[in-house]
Write a protein that binds this ligand. Sequence first.
Ligand SMILES: Cc1cc2nc3c(=O)[nH]c(=O)nc-3n(C[C@H](O)[C@H](O)[C@H](O)COP(=O)(O)OP(=O)(O)OC[C@H]3O[C@@H](n4cnc5c(N)ncnc54)[C@H](O)[C@@H]3O)c2cc1C
Length: 450
Amino acid sequence: MSGTQTHVIIVAGAGPAGMAVASALSKAGHEIIILNRDIKFGGLAEYGIFPSKLKLRGGLKKQYWELLQQKNVHYFGNVSIGNGKDLTVEDVRGLGASSVVFTIGAQGTKAIGVEGDSAQGVFHAKDVVYHFNRLPGFGDRPFEMGKHVAVIGAGDVMVDIAHWLIRYKKVERVTAIVRRGPVERKYNPKEIRSICANMDLEGIKSEFERIKDRLSKVGQNPDDVLRVFTDEFTKCEPKVSETKMGFRFLASPKRILVDSNNRVRGLEMEDNRLDPKGEDTVAVGLKQYYEFPCDSVVFAVGDRVDETVGLPYKNGMFVTNPNKTANDPDDALFQAYDDSTGQVMDGVFLAGWARKASEGLVGVAKRDGDWCAEVVERYLTTKSGGKDAKIVLDHLHSLLRNRQSRPVDVNGLRALDVAERSFAGKADCIGEFKFAANQDMLKYIEQGRM
Ligand SMILES: Cc1cc2nc3c(=O)[nH]c(=O)nc-3n(C[C@H](O)[C@H](O)[C@H](O)COP(=O)(O)OP(=O)(O)OC[C@H]3O[C@@H](n4cnc5c(N)ncnc54)[C@H](O)[C@@H]3O)c2cc1C
């Protein structure tokens, strides 16, 4: 703590990074105000991680509940920050806290940028994930998948989408479209267990046959690569559908082909070769094009931050201080920076996926939050006396009242929890009951308070 001084710190976002910042700084005795877009806390731990990962989700939830019970932690769910939202960035900075930490994740979607990307049947992975995890705005509208879904990507999110398509949607076929080859796959081998019972092994063998010359050219032995690739198909979760899961390697979608109703009918694909690049490889287009039939496409190629929030933004990221700081040079990595004025935004910090979009698992976001909390602590030692928490909270309440916002506090969350548990018998395919619309949540929160 900065001497005997305690400060008020606003944490925007209640995902793993924000909760880590809040936890570390509350333990240091500061007053923490959490502002979160979603009614519920957890971010992608609530609305991203696959529903069947009960142990991981349950463990995180327990920790987060414990944090929110602390007297010096004040939770405001259903409060969105951004232009035209409940509060602007300037409103938040003007509340009088000593510091504001933005841990609002990576809410933007990477522009797909291929012709036909607005066709019916084209989706962003994050939206699909939000849909099956019942995030309001996504959980309450249909995501119509066809029979053959092409998922672009080779990471864990691709596997999660395939898992949902295989287990719950029971589509006929899922094909992962991978720019480079099988060696460059990015998913964790453990994750593949959720879908390996559905692998179309014959199809995978013929796909290896198709690309074997291109693998050999970069010194990858196709037989060895196939063996290592398929050896990971062990401890598969039981098969629950007849969906066939396959891969198309060394292929980049160039155009989405549509029918007369603007519905996806396939992808125009370009074949790639691999070129060595140091220890790694790069994909190089061969200008050989062909049609790949499918009726839905999900882009699982990572996310970027939401540029409409009002924080300085460049190339998919919020801008951080490019200059090393004097006390600890790496502190700069967390400081928000206004590149139009060339000034650090005093007291404003970034952590988690808001700092580095789509970077790593929960543990990485938590570590980033912990690290950021240390940076904030160092910053606070340079500040004399913070404002009284009551003054900041009164100011916040009055602003939210004026904006007709409907913030949800920890008591509201408890009422919601009770209501959702009472509907447990109505759990759907994701194994738990969740209201998928804010209106429903708010209704039960009000009722629970009466
Ligand atoms: C599909 C998918 C599956 C994953 N599965 C796993 C897994 O199995 N295991 C694992 O360890 N990790 C997994 N991860 C990674 C993990 O979810 C992330 O590392 C972590 O959630 C990032 O934390 P964060 O706090 O930076 O952002 P987020 O979790 O995105 O949290 C952001 C928070 O900010 C709030 N917010 C957003 N915008 C605003 C705004 N404008 N104003 C106010 N609040 C706002 C949101 O409501 C949210 O609570 C997965 C990620 C994805 C996308």
